[in-house]
Write a protein that binds this ligand. Structure first.
Ligand code: GH3
Ligand code: MG
Length: 490
């Protein structure tokens, strides 16, 4: 029973552990799927930003090529190509500065919405004083008369190193985040312009061939909007550059995907946090269900085991361990119950008390274990000779009791004779001699005042009478005769 109990508990534990493992496996798979999806979302958004920025940097190259060819263009050709670049968005503005003696004022052409003044502003003078042209950003004053203010990017210490980097490398160079001249925060990307056809294979050659720069600017808000626009609704995007959060929520995003984002020669980081997250509901429900089921089964098994143990203890407490028959306690309960039943239905029953004859001799001659075996054989013979409704008990030593409910005095006598005959004829194995038995019979149900004790004592008296009569016989107690001497003959 213990083994069965522990096997059941192990099975229940396996259910609980299995459901938890299953739940964890489902959750891990969900989480992996979610992270893959989130990484894909981040990569898509980063590519979108790179594509848009790449397009603008490509336009810078077109503008650079335009300026490289400047020397070979007439004012008219300059104007036609310049307008075309303007309409494509590759240029915000262009000014044709013919090579004229320094004493003569340069002539400006007004293109699109950039106000270019006829009078040389501060920026131009600076530019003219350099060996190369630096981009000039112009803003128009609102006051009348409108005066433009030129700003020479090369004069700005936060921009100049990147202009120099672009010219030295021959590739577009991006600034870190800076305040943009036209408002907001963002980055500038510079591209060097080299004299048309000049050798640019080495840094020294590039320095000699340099004639100027083109610049593009990217407003941070627009970059962030491109990334956000490429993401599903509700997904948060954070842009980092140089270790700082440039846009999006501050601080670390939890359970987020981060991908690199390249703009010119600078790498940004795009971190994306999808609020969806892996679905923990199903795995949680599975784990709870499994554990609840296991807990329920465990409590049932423990309860059932306790019941089994109680029944086993009860059985042991009322059973004779050698023969498996009822013991004296059980016998007294059975007799009381049988007497109560016979009082209820007005029937009579009989108690048979049996004692083996000269049993001591068996022990003495063949040893105690042989005596034990004989006691078991007698118990077996009693079982064979009685009905299922009869109660059998071993009262101790070589003494047994049989309760026969609903039987008359005569029927009791016949049953006792049959038992005596069965034992008499029984040939035990192991070379033991057959034994005989003395049986005393007492009726109950005839005298309503009789108690368990008096019926037992009546049967005992009858049994002792049988012993006195020479053993191997049945005596039925006769209540009419004097107690103690009341056993009548067979
Ligand atoms: P009598 O005919 O007068 O009954 O003689 P007896 O030898 O059977 O004597 P009695 O019934 O008084 O004694 C029964 C003996 O049974 C006493 C004891 O040595 C023996 N005995 C009691 N319990 C056990 C037991 O569990 N196993 C064995 N082998 N012998 C037992
Ligand atoms: Mg005896």
């Amino acid at each position: 029973m213990r083994a069965r109990f522990w096997v059941s508990i192990a099975a229940v534990a396996a259910i609980a552990i299995g459901s938890v493992i299953g739940a964890v496996a489902i959750y891990v798979k969900d989480r992996d799927d979610f992270h893959r999806m989130q990484r894909d979302e981040a990569a898509r958004a980063a590519h979108q930003v790179e594509a848009v920025a790449g397009l603008s940097i490509g336009k810078l190259s077109s503008a650079a090529a335009f300026f490289e060819a400047e020397r070979d263009l007439s004012a008219h050709q300059f104007s036609v190509i310049g307008r075309s670049l303007l309409s494509q968005g590759a240029l915000q503005g262009a000014a044709y500065i013919p090579r004229v003696p320094a004493s003569r004022r340069p002539r400006f052409e007004r293109l699109r919405d950039v106000e270019i003044l006829e009078r040389a502003p501060l920026g131009l003078r600076r530019a003219a004083s350099r060996p190369v042209y630096f981009p000039l950003t112009y803003v128009t004053a609102v006051a009348t008369p409108k005066r433009g203010i030129g700003y020479d990017l090369g004069s700005d210490p936060s921009r100049e190193p990147f202009l120099l980097r672009a010219s030295a490398s021959g590739r577009p160079a991006a600034t870190p985040l800076i305040p943009l001249l036209l408002g907001g925060t963002g980055i500038n990307v510079y591209r060097a312009i080299y004299r048309d056809g000049a050798p640019v294979a080495t840094a020294a050659k590039r320095r000699r061939a340099l004639i100027g720069y083109v610049a593009g600017s990217f407003e941070l808000g627009q970059l962030a909007a491109i990334a956000t626009g490429a993401l599903p609704q509700g997904v948060q995007a954070q842009l980092r550059v140089d270790g700082e959060v440039a846009s999006g929520p501050r601080g670390e995003l939890s359970d987020a995907a981060t991908v690199p984002l390249h703009i010119a020669d600078r790498t940004w980081l795009l971190t994306v946090e999808d609020p969806g997250g892996p679905d923990a509901g199903l795995p949680l429900a599975l784990a709870i269900l499994g554990i609840s089921l296991a807990a329920l089964l465990a409590s049932l098994i423990v309860g059932w085991n306790r019941g089994e143990r109680m029944r086993e203890l009860e059985r042991q407490a009322s059973q004779d361990s050698l023969t498996g028959l009822g013991n004296r306690r059980r016998f007294e309960e059975d007799l009381a119950a049988a007497m109560a039943r016979s009082r209820r239905d007005g029937s009579t029953g009989a108690l048979l008390v049996l004692d083996l004859d000269r049993f001591k001799q068996v022990n003495d001659s063949h040893g105690h274990p042989a005596g034990d075996r004989l006691i078991k054989e007698v118990a077996e013979a009693l079982r064979e000779r009685t009905r299922a409704s009869d109660s059998l008990a071993r009262l101790g030593g070589d003494e047994f009791a049989v309760i026969l409910p609903r039987c008359s005095r005569e029927e009791a006598r016949i049953a006792a004779e049959a038992i005596a005959e069965e034992i008499r004829r029984h040939h035990p194995p192991d070379g033991l001699d057959p034994v005989t038995v003395s049986i005393g019979v007492a009726m109950f149900g005839e005298d309503p005042r009789a108690s368990v004790a008096t019926v037992v004592s009546d049967a005992d008296a009858a049994m002792y009478a049988a012993k006195d009569e020479g053993r191997d016989g049945v005596r039925v107690f006769d209540p009419v005769s004097v107690r103690g001497d009341g056993a009548e003959g067979r």
